[in-house]
Design a protein around this ligand. Structure first.
Ligand SMILES: [Zn+2]
Ligand SMILES: [Zn+2]
Length: 311
């Protein structure tokens, strides 16, 4: 039996977050601050010196030596520019703040710089629309699974270049699946997968203007958008139920960990083949999940939230 305890705070506590902001820096100013090679060298030196889970603290001279910057005055000037937002000045020396760590991680993962590509390769799974073998590819930071024959787009999703580097094709598929499942799982809970702010989601009418509308695999799309970071993405209804506890336990009862199962191999999760609009007013759609001949039916409203589970 599933139990949910929504009481994350004690009754005496208010649930409102005191989100007082410290001295913030506009995004324009933050990026302008980083547009300098010496400053990037300083962030890299601090990041490179750190052990996993332990942010390294370096003294002024250690940091200058590791960053390989000539001229103490010049080095100090650039270091001062980074203090407060990207670098913290502690009693023991300098270390990365959260924002500095994120910049360092972006540099390391190559999100802004790497141009890796994986040519299309055939998968062992079949297109849910026409039965042809699906194919995967990676280009311009987008991972795709589509049908080379009927052009059904089973998944197209941003994954960073580090997903691909030093991985076999099988490992790439699992790493991409993990990323996509995790992010869609956050969206299903109304949480922005990029910045963690509140996400707005709505089911679009089938004739709405959108990219890739001619995808034969999908008719009902959900648009998720975040006002805080301006991120937006379309998903299908079925993808949103993969992380639902009823679906997770349904697969678990069949000895399957659905989080490890590749999304594009499951018809309900990657196409509308198992999705049916069952009522218009109020709008309701059902998604039928299958495993080893058994079925589980989830009914969603236009929020979209699961309103009913039928075995
Ligand atoms: Zn096809
Ligand atoms: Zn966001």
């Amino acid at each position: 039996m599933w139990e949910t305890d929504a009481r994350l705070t004690s009754p005496a506590m208010t649930d409102d977050v005191d989100s007082g902001r410290g001295e913030s820096l506009s995004p324009d100013d933050a990026f302008t601050l980083l547009a300098d090679r010496t400053r990037i060298k300083i962030l890299r030196a601090l990041g490179d010196a750190s052990e996993p889970g332990v942010p390294e603290t370096l003294t002024f001279s250690e940091l200058r030596q590791r960053a390989d910057v000539s001229g103490s005055g010049r080095f100090n000037y650039h270091l001062q520019q980074l203090l407060g937002h990207f670098v913290e000045d502690t009693d023991d020396g300098y270390r990365l703040r959260y924002a500095g760590k994120r910049v360092y991680q972006s540099i390391k993962t190559g999100t802004f710089t790497e141009r890796v590509q994986v040519e299309r390769f055939e998968l062992s799974s079949s297109c849910h629309v026409c039965g042809t073998r699906q194919a995967a590819a990676y280009r311009d930071s987008m991972f795709h699974v589509r049908c080379p024959d009927c052009d059904a787009q089973c998944y197209k999703y941003f994954v960073p270049p580090s997903t691909v580097i030093d991985r076999s094709k099988t490992e790439l598929l699992h790493a991409a699946n993990d990323r996509i499942q995790r992010e869609i799982g956050a969206m299903a809970k109304g949480v922005c997968p990029w910045c963690c702010a509140r996400l707005t989601s709505r089911v679009l009418p089938p004739d709405a203007e959108m990219p890739l509308r001619d995808n034969p695999a999908i008719q009902h799309r959900v648009l998720h958008s975040c006002e805080t970071c301006d991120g937006s993405v379309y998903t299908r209804l079925g993808g949103l139920v993969v992380s639902h506890p009823a679906v997770v336990s349904f697969f678990y009862d069949h000895g399957v960990d659905v989080s490890e199962k590749l999304l594009w191999t499951m018809a309900f999760a990657s196409t509308d083949e198992r999705t049916t609009v069952v009522s218009e007013d109020p709008w309701r759609a059902s998604v039928t999940v299958e495993c080893e001949g058994d079925e589980l039916r989830l009914v969603l409203d236009d929020a979209p939230s699961v309103v009913r589970v039928e075995e």
